[in-house]
Design a protein around this ligand. Structure first.
Ligand code: SF4
Length: 142
């Protein structure tokens, strides 16, 4: 199994965790993947980000999945002022409608890969620069 998931990184640890997840799902959840965040994070190597992604993408349950792109861009834009992805998740839930929670990851990850690159955000060609604290600063709008 490690070979199959090698492109995702840390193949040995993840293969081991997948096997342990399957055993726990079989033994404690009747062979079904639970829906609640609390139950999902009880699975091996599953944190809030993974739980939110599973709920959002696999189960269609509105969830804010905060990875490094979402945490970084939400803070750069001034949407939130947080120190950790978990704080960002709760802060974004506070300021966005529940029915759009799952869009946040989809949009900000793509934006972080194409325009707002981690080490070189292209503020000069960013379509949301007028609503972004960092963009307004570097483009001299403040
Ligand atoms: S203006 Fe710059 S920092 Fe703000 S979201 Fe766009 S690329 Fe990122």
């Amino acid at each position: 199994m490690a070979e199959l998931i090698r492109p995702a990184g840390f193949p040995k640890q993840k293969a081991d965790a997948i096997v342990r997840c399957c055993i726990k799902l079989r033994d404690e959840f009747g062979g079904r993947v639970p829906e609640s965040t609390e139950e999902l994070v009880s699975l091996p190597m599953v944190g809030r980000k993974t739980a939110a992604c599973v709920r959002s993408y696999a189960m269609n349950i509105p969830s804010v999945c905060v990875d490094t792109h979402v945490h970084r861009i939400a803070n750069l834009m001034g949407l939130v002022h947080t120190r950790t992805p978990e704080e960002t998740e709760f802060a974004l839930m506070d300021i966005t409608p529940r029915e759009r929670w799952s869009d946040i990851n989809r949009y900000l990850v793509r934006h972080g890969q194409v325009v707002c690159l981690p080490n070189h955000p292209h503020c000069e060609r960013c379509p949301v620069s007028q609503w972004c604290d960092h963009g307004s600063e570097v483009l001299g709008r403040k």
